[in-house]
Ligand binder design. Structure first.
Ligand code: CU
Length: 162
């Protein structure tokens, strides 16, 4: 019995050691990098908006974004766009796959984090806290500045305008 306890303790210590080796400065080295996050400024009275960003899975393991949280709105959902009868519509998706060593864009007309039921109107330049939740990586907190739709940072050489 005692031997088994010691074994458990030893295996646990090994696991903690492995985690520390992969994350040398604590929570600083997350396997997912987030570039240029922003929240779209909506006209006054509009209760919903969306957050966009470039996600990069820098690890060699497949990860999955399974949700997002924010104190700014009542509900936060992962959304995608799809064409239905020639009209672009948003729909909720359960998760967003982040294959190993791959970039995934959350961008206008595509995947995004939907903020539904804003508690207060957002102001340009304000930074909105968003937490990304993954299936097999620690949650990641970020601050996404609010941008006027015409002044969003360019993500690609070609920008889709609808
Ligand atoms: Cu949406």
């Amino acid at each position: 019995m005692m031997g088994r306890l010691v074994l458990f303790a030893w295996v646990f210590a090994l696991m903690v050691g492995a985690y520390a080796a992969e994350h040398p400065d604590g929570n600083g080295a997350h396997p997912v990098e987030v570039d240029q996050p922003f929240v779209r400024l909506m006209p006054p009275g509009q209760p919903n908006t969306a957050a966009f960003m470039m996600l990069r899975n820098t690890s060699d393991a497949d990860l999955t974004l399974i949700g997002a949280e924010s104190g700014a709105s009542r509900v936060v959902e992962l959304h995608d766009h799809e064409m239905v009868d020639g009209i672009m519509r948003m729909r909720e998706v359960e998760q967003i796959a982040l294959p190993a060593d791959t970039r995934v864009a959350l961008e206008r007309g595509g995947l995004h984090v939907m903020l539904i039921g804003l508690h207060e109107p957002l102001l340009e330049g304000q930074r909105v806290p968003i937490t990304l939740v993954f299936d097999n990586a620690p949650s990641l907190e970020l601050l996404a500045p609010v941008h006027h739709p015409g002044e969003e940072p360019p993500m690609h050489d070609h920008r889709h305008r609808h």
